[in-house]
Design a protein around this ligand. Structure first.
Ligand SMILES: [Fe+2]
Length: 175
């Protein structure tokens, strides 16, 4: 006999299955993209010289590629000493590579009850490091340049260039 308890069981099973399929697809995509960034350092000349020479009030972002079919976009980010991103999750997948200098990546754990995130660790990312994050709130982070040198990173996001400023980050409050 069909009842709501049975429906809930089906829904729970379905959501676990969807989660598994999404994770497998996302891992395949992100691992594949990570392997394609060997020559990313060659993109540095695409930065306006002024971006490296003088600091704006926040880290600066420079669109360097927009897929013609709107599937993904690439940006070079310039981080002068002390500059940082907001704490954020991602509305889309992203992969980044540190091309120059050093960044600190702070990690946060999402608390669904408070709808905030708590810092749970950090790691140094050095030139040559490639990092990926899936869409959603499982990977919340903040990038900070805690060094005395300018850092540059390449970021690839699964959105078209029109939405790159508005549809990449979920801004998150800290607990
Ligand atoms: Fe991010």
């Amino acid at each position: 006999m069909l009842n709501s308890l049975h429906a809930q069981t089906v829904l729970n099973r379905m959501s676990v299955d969807i989660d598994g399929v999404m994770q497998a697809n996302q891992n395949r995509l992100l691992n594949g993209i990570s392997l394609l960034l060997d020559e990313a350092e060659q993109l540095m000349p695409l930065l306006p010289p002024s971006a490296l020479a003088s600091a704006s009030s926040t880290y600066s972002r420079h669109l360097v590629y927009a897929d013609e079919l709107g599937r993904y976009s690439a940006m070079l980010l310039v981080w002068h000493p002390g500059q940082h991103s907001p704490v954020h999750g991602h509305r889309t997948w992203c992969t980044y590579k540190v091309l120059q200098g050093q960044l600190t990546e702070r990690h946060y754990k999402w608390n669904a009850a408070t709808r905030r995130a708590k810092k749970c660790g950090q790691i140094s990312r050095h030139a040559g490091d490639v990092v990926s994050a899936p869409a959603g709130l499982a990977d919340i982070h903040q990038l900070v340049n805690q060094s005395a040198e300018v850092a540059v990173s390449l970021h690839i996001y699964g959105v078209d260039s029109e939405r790159i400023s508005t549809h990449v980050n979920y801004l998150i409050h800290e607990e």
